[in-house]
Design a protein around this ligand. Structure first.
Ligand code: ZN
Length: 265
C-alpha cells in the first residue's frame, strides 16, 4: 500500500467515525454520536409546536376512552403472555428509510435486553402500536385498545432518547415532573410559564411504584420546558438547583426498573 493510499484510508476511516449519522454505520454507534447539547423535551416541544393534534403535557395524545390521565390499572397495560414476556405488536410506516427503521429498532432493543417487553411485527392482533411519521413526536398513554399511533416525525423525532421516551408513554408512563410527590423535588416556576400552558405542569395521580424521584429519568422535562422566555426556567430542582434534569441520551436505571416492576418482569 502506498503512503498516499493508506493516508486516504485513514482519512476516510476518521471521517466515518466522526460522522456516523451520515453513514449506515453499526447500530451501536448511533446514540453515542448524537448531538446531546439539547435535551429531549426541548426537541419534542419544538417538533410539536406545529402539530394540530390535541396533546397533553406536550406529547401525550388526549385519551379516547379513558377520562383521566391514569394508566396503572390492568386495562391499560399490555398483556403478558404465558411465557412471561409482554408482546407488543407494532407496524412501521413505509415512509421511514431503512436507516430510520434501524434507529427505531435500536431504541427498541434496549427494552428487549433489559426488560420483558418484546416489540413484535404485527400479524393480525387487534391492539397494536402504529409508528408513523406524523407532525410531531407523541404517543398515547398505555394500551388504548385497537390501533394506536406513536408519531416520530422524520425531521425532529428520530433521536434515541425521544424514541424511548415515546415508547415509555405507550407502556403507561407519564412525565416525571407531574408525579404526585414532585413538589418535594422540584419547584414549578408558574410565573415563567404561559398561563395557557400551565396545565402541562399539573400534578397527576401517578403510581410511583415506590421508586425514588428520578431527575435523570428520560420522562423528565428539561428546566425550560414551556418557558415564556429564553433563559427563564420553568422547573427548578430543590433543594439543589444545580442538579441536572432533562435527559439527553437514554433510559435511566430507574426508568428500566420501573418497566420491570410495572409489568412484573
Ligand atoms: Zn412525553
Amino acid at each position: 500500500m502506498t503512503p498516499s493510499v493508506s493516508l486516504l484510508l485513514m482519512l476516510l476511516l476518521g471521517f466515518s467515525q466522526a460522522h456516523p449519522l451520515m453513514e449506515e454505520g453499526s447500530a451501536a454507534e448511533i446514540p453515542v454520536n448524537e448531538d446531546h447539547t439539547v435535551d429531549i423535551t426541548t426537541r419534542i416541544l419544538t417538533s410539536n409546536n406545529v402539530t394540530d393534534e390535541i396533546l397533553l403535557e406536550g406529547d401525550l395524545l388526549a385519551p379516547r376512552t379513558r377520562n383521566a390521565m391514569m394508566c396503572w390499572s390492568q386495562n391499560c397495560l399490555w398483556r403478558k403472555a404465558s411465557n412471561g414476556l409482554v408482546m407488543i405488536p407494532f407496524t412501521m410506516s413505509s415512509e421511514f428509510t431503512s436507516w430510520e427503521r434501524q434507529k427505531i429498532d435500536y431504541a427498541m432493543n434496549t427494552f428487549h435486553s433489559k426488560t420483558c417487553i418484546r416489540f413484535v411485527p404485527r400479524q393480525n392482533e387487534y391492539d397494536y402500536i402504529s409508528i408513523e411519521n406524523k407532525v410531531g413526536c407523541f404517543s398515547a398513554l398505555g394500551r388504548e385498545g385497537g390501533r394506536q399511533v406513536l408519531s416520530l416525525n422524520r425531521q425532529g423525532c428520530l433521536y434515541h432518547g425521544i424514541i424511548q421516551h415515546e415508547i415509555n408513554h405507550a407502556l403507561g408512563f407519564q412525565h416525571e415532573q407531574t408525579r404526585s410527590d414532585r413538589d418535594y423535588y422540584v419547584r414549578i416556576n408558574w410565573e415563567n410559564i404561559n398561563p395557557q400552558m400551565a396545565y402541562n405542569f399539573y400534578r397527576q395521580n401517578t403510581n410511583n411504584l415506590n421508586t425514588p424521584y428520578d431527575y435523570s429519568s428520560i420522562m423528565h422535562y428539561g428546566r425550560t420546558a414551556f418557558s415564556i422566555q429564553y433563559g427563564r426556567d420553568s422547573i427548578t430542582p430543590i433543594p439543589d438547583p444545580n442538579v441536572q434534569i432533562g435527559q439527553r441520551q437514554g433510559m435511566s436505571y430507574w426508568d428500566i426498573m420501573r418497566i420491570n416492576m410495572l409489568y412484573g418482569c
